[in-house]
Design a protein around this ligand. Sequence first.
Ligand code: G3I
Length: 369
Amino acid sequence: MNGMITRRAFMGGLAAASAAGLIAPFGALASEAVNELELLPSLRKVAETKGVYFGTAASPKVLSKDFAYRKAVSRECNLLVPENATKWAYLQPQRGKWDFTGADKLLSFAEENGIKMRGHTLLWYRGFPQWAEDDLKAGKGEALLEEHIHTVVSRYRGKFMSWDVVNEAIEPNDGLANGLRKSPWLAVFGPTYIDRAFQYAAEADPNCQLVYNDWGQESYGKRPEAILNLLRRLKDRGVPVHGVGIQAHLSTRWNFGPQQVTSFCRQVADMGLEVLITELDVSDAKLADDLVQRDEATAERMRIFLEAVSESVKPKQILTWGLSDRYSWLQESNSENPTGRAVRTLPLDRNYKRKAMWKVLHDYFRQLS
Ligand code: G3I
């Protein structure tokens, strides 16, 4: 993909910066080099000139308490998704007891800053309160699902440009037909629980982009094909699904297949569905402590991924799962961060300074035609 920073150019840049004494030993880019990135137009600015969206997952609590974070989000993002505030357990923690506080706060912030919103997620095997699972198992699932989705999607009708309607319904390791994930919903309804969720969402907001969201589309093995087959069945049944979210939680612990990514995106596009990149981040697990090397390795992993996507589609919505290393879900992840060191998995560092990964995103948006 022309215009993207190549590895050679990137390394050359680092070498030049190092020769010029801009890179402090054992540390991140020296202040002068970092300042160079600070002078560039924001991701939001570049994305807006191309008519696309760059965003991140956000928490109302963090936005309200951290001014620097709020400033960074409004500078860099023209799209937001609640990290947790629009999950079932947050919106309806008890039967009939609705709590839209967090989601409404995020929406107010977004509207005040000219930022769009998307929702995550109406139906997931996690983040689902016990009372709802009890009702489901007691045979009240149909009314439960219809009421939840109708209530939530109607509230944000015309305000959320897209919704992750169903999240992570595929799990080949569960050994079920079609690689479906074992869940209370599948047990009660069979596979058509997915159809129902999309139909209820479409009834509540006919103009909203309805997305199936999952992870592992870039991986080897059965997961990508199982996701594609699910999508084909949904399309064949006339289910109102419009897009596919590739979470893209990448990691330096394992490789992914760029060709796999390109092929998956092309097959999604061939079905007439849009590709969204919904939760992009790059775990720096297992890398040595040197900050520059970690930043270069994670940036390169992201560059390869975006280049592979771009070989077949140009997603209109690209979101990272967090904007600053100060608030990454991976900080608490035992598998991805066994030593508990400060992770470096997102475009901005803990002090909201732009990193090599930020530059990769900047170059990606800039090269869009
Ligand atoms: O806010 C409470 C806090 O008051 C309490 O003291 C603490 C004790 O455990 O829990 C806090 O809530 C946690 C919440 O994150 C906010 O930090 C929940 O326990 C914890 O389960 C929740 O984890 C979220 C996870 O999804 C499960 O919902 C992560 O923040 C969130 O980043 C993660 O995001 C998921 C996507 O939804 C789907 N794709 C994978 C992605 C990463 O796992």
